[in-house]
Design a protein around this ligand. Structure first.
Ligand code: NAD
Ligand code: UDP
Length: 340
């Protein structure tokens, strides 16, 4: 059935998008990627093909250019869209709010315009647990009110609103809002994963750079939170599990209309110190860390209520924290070897 379906993946050369492209191709879908490469490389297309034995179509397209988005829809009969393309660095969004609002919101509006013109009615959207804001109690469930604390978060809240309104006005449309918790890990092949340039903001890539010796020491942002060991707790989910959640969501979207929201997490929180211990195991040496002040804007704990994704999509994440650290470490080691 999938064999005849063609999926446009915006941001498909990015970290999560590339893993989803692999699973789409493996499931028999045809894949068209649109990415302006602002945060990824063209080599990822080739890597996806090496893993799957199938080459996706690739367009170096900026969603801010409506004509080039239309061009893709004219060249391909697109059955559904998975929309990853966007800027995602919280700190950068505070420093460059106009760039974030413009890129993330205008990009989505252009995509929706082209979809409407061509009669494409299925959209799976990358939202984030950040929309649960600062005041909801854990675990976060999909019925809770949304909020944001920075421009990046507001772009997600706003895009959820825009998509919901458009689906309400177009009864044959299907929109799924997927709220990711903390995606980490890499494809077990070691060919795709996350290797940010410069000093990473997120914990896992930071820990990985300490493991390679590129950075000297992990800074643990606060050890006085109301959590079991005092450090921040997050719901880390393996990116391959997350990708599998997208395949389930897409299948659901093709058989339902209207808007629905799903958390994609494991339902289990791990502390900063637990993650450092797990990564130390994976790389075979004790990783040095110091306790540093809390990072402004951080909440103590964040994990998902996963019942809805389980009951409605039949999705449960499988990988353990040890699996996530092992695959991240394997990817980083492969990357280093390639660079030598
Ligand atoms: P990523 O930066 O690796 O991938 C995003 C891709 O979008 C990049 O390849 C980038 O080049 C592309 N892009 C950005 N703006 C574009 C534009 N105007 N036109 C075309 N392409 C554009 O990020 P990711 O981690 O794979 O995240 C994918 C999506 O998931 C994003 O929307 C992000 O906000 C969301 N998300 C990510 C996380 C996370 O922790 N990684 C958590 C929650 C939600
Ligand atoms: N964190 C940390 N040191 C770092 C980066 C992050 O102690 O260098 C902590 C952070 O305070 C939070 C957890 O690790 O408790 C996850 O942070 P990340 O930025 O990866 O995800 P987010 O906070 O966006 O969920």
């Amino acid at each position: 059935m999938n064999r005849n379906r063609k999926i446009l993946v915006t941001g498909g050369t990015g970290y999560i998008g590339s893993h989803v492209c692999v699973q789409l191709l493996e499931a028999g879908y045809d894949v068209v990627i649109a990415d302006n490469l602002v945060n990824s490389g063209r080599d990822v297309v080739e890597r996806i093909a090496r893993i799957t034995g199938r080459m996706p179509a690739f367009y170096e397209t900026d969603l801010l250019n409506l004509e080039s988005v239309r061009h893709i829809f004219r060249e391909h009969r697109i059955d559904g869209v998975i929309h990853f393309a966007g800027l995602k660095a919280v700190g950068e969004s505070v420093a460059q709010p106009l760039r974030y609002y413009s890129n993330n919101l205008t990009g989505t509006l252009h995509l929706l315009t082209a979809m409407q013109e061509e009669g494409c009615r299925v959209m799976v959207f990358s939202s984030s647990a950040t929309v649960y804001g600062e005041t909801n109690p854990v675990p976060f469930d999909e019925s809770m009110p949304t909020a944001a604390t920075n421009p990046y978060g507001y772009t997600k809240v706003a895009q959820e609103r825009i998509l919901t309104d458009i689906a309400a006005a177009q009864p044959d449309m299907s929109v799924l809002l997927l709220r990711y918790f903390n995606p980490v890990g890499a494809h077990p092949s070691g060919l795709i994963g996350e290797d940010p340039n410069g000093i990473p903001n997120n914990l896992m890539p930071y820990v990985a750079k300490v493991a390679t010796g590129e950075l000297p020491c992990i800074h643990v942002f606060g050890d006085d939170y109301d959590t079991p060991d005092g450090t921040g707790v997050r719901d880390y989910i393996h990116v391959c599990d997350l990708a599998r959640g997208h395949i389930r969501a897409l299948e659901y979207a093709f058989t339902h209309t209207g808007t629905d929201v799903f958390n994609l997490g494991t339902g289990h929180g791990s502390s900063v110190l637990e993650l450092i211990r797990a990564f130390s195991e994976a790389c075979g040496r004790e990783l040095p860390y110091v306790i540093a002040p809390r990072r402004p804007g951080d909440i103590a704990s964040c994990w998902a209520d996963i019942h809805k994704a389980q009951d409605v999509l039949g999705f449960t994440a499988q990988a353990t924290l040890a699996d996530m650290c092992r695959d991240s470490w394997h990817f980083i080691c492969c990357r280093k070897e390639e660079k030598i």
